[in-house]
Design a binder for this molecule. Structure first.
Ligand SMILES: [Fe+2]
Ligand SMILES: [Fe+2]
Length: 307
């Protein structure tokens, strides 16, 4: 097998991202683990990886949508509701993290991440308007229309735990314990474990079906490249905290993770198993992938989950 050219992926334009596999994008995280970039390296990577939602052409995606079966549409809507709503939730809760940043380098990186999350939200809004279709007049109406229903794990994570953590940071930006717990929840549970797993399987299914020329494939790969940068950042914050004081921070991280484990499986669980099996995958394969990636990240941070 040819070695993956990570620099090419790092610099790839939206159009070139159509030729790139999600697993190769994710290998950025593993390279980061072997050779941890600094916060300013991650900032510079952000500068080099700009992309515009406005450049994405969804016309082939729209054609596919019109020809799709009922089950294909339902499966796509299930996944995209979680992502669209989730991107908006993470955009709205990140500002207190910026305020609570323990150093200017962290503050600078987190500011770039806020812009990314806003862009990801706009990416899904455009997909909704141009592919699935909607009569909603603005994003408030659209988000209300698409809010994921009846998923308890998701609701607890995005409407309870995440806003509560952001509120804790806003009330006391000097609370570094809250910052460590917040990064564990936001960057490790939500981004590294749930979001990147969902992205990986949706993009792989598209590639297996020969749909890499679609606007969604390119844009979602750009989203995943951004997420891999956010995950590298989260690993670094927690690795630094554990190196500084393992007795204090390792148990904090472990406790947050143990509380969130059932919410991870709850979020990834589709209301109809065919949403996954119909596209050549299984739910246990997805959950396995999620926990394998979580374990890899934890090894890099320097802790394990064994009680
Ligand atoms: Fe995002
Ligand atoms: Fe993110």
């Amino acid at each position: 097998m040819m070695a993956v050219d990570l620099d090419r992926i790092g610099r790839a334009s939206l159009k070139e991202l159509g030729d790139i596999r999600i697993d190769d994008v994710l290998s950025f995280i593993d390279r980061g683990i072997e050779n941890m970039p600094s916060y300013m390296d991650l900032y510079r990577r952000w500068e080099a990886q700009q992309w515009s939602v406005g450049d994405i052409d969804f016309s082939l995606d729209r054609q596919d949508w019109l020809e799709a079966t009922d089950l294909e549409r339902k499966a796509t809507l299930w996944s995209h509701r979680l992502f669209f709503n989730g991107e908006e939730r993470v955009t709205s809760t990140l500002a207190p993290f910026v305020w609570a940043a323990p150093s200017p380098e962290i503050e600078v990186f987190l500011s770039t991440q806020m812009v990314d999350e806003a862009r990801h939200t706009v990416f899904f809004e455009k997909w909704w308007r141009e592919v699935a279709g909607t009569d909603s007049r603005d994003m408030t109406e659209l988000l209300k229309e698409i809010r994921p229903e009846a998923n308890e794990g998701y609701n607890i994570l995005f409407y309870d735990r995440l806003p509560a953590t952001a509120q804790r940071l806003a009330s006391n930006p000097r609370d570094f314990d809250a910052f460590v717990e917040g990064v564990t929840l936001y960057h490790i549970v939500i981004e590294a474990t749930i979001a990147l797993t969902g992205q990986r399987f949706e993009l792989e299914s598209m590639r297996e079906q020969g749909l890499t020329e679609r606007g969604f494939y390119r844009g979602f790969t750009a989203v995943a490249r951004d997420e891999s940068r956010h995950v590298n950042f989260g690993i670094k914050v927690l690795q630094d905290a554990v190196r500084e004081n393992a007795d204090r921070y390792a148990p904090l991280i472990q406790k947050t993770l143990v509380e969130c484990l059932p919410l991870i499986t709850g979020t990834l669980d589709p209301p109809d198993p065919r949403y996954i099996t119909e596209f050549g995958h299984t739910e246990s394969e997805i959950v396995q992938f999620a926990f394998d990636s979580l374990n890899k990240r934890l090894r890099a941070i320097g802790i394990n989950l064994a009680a």
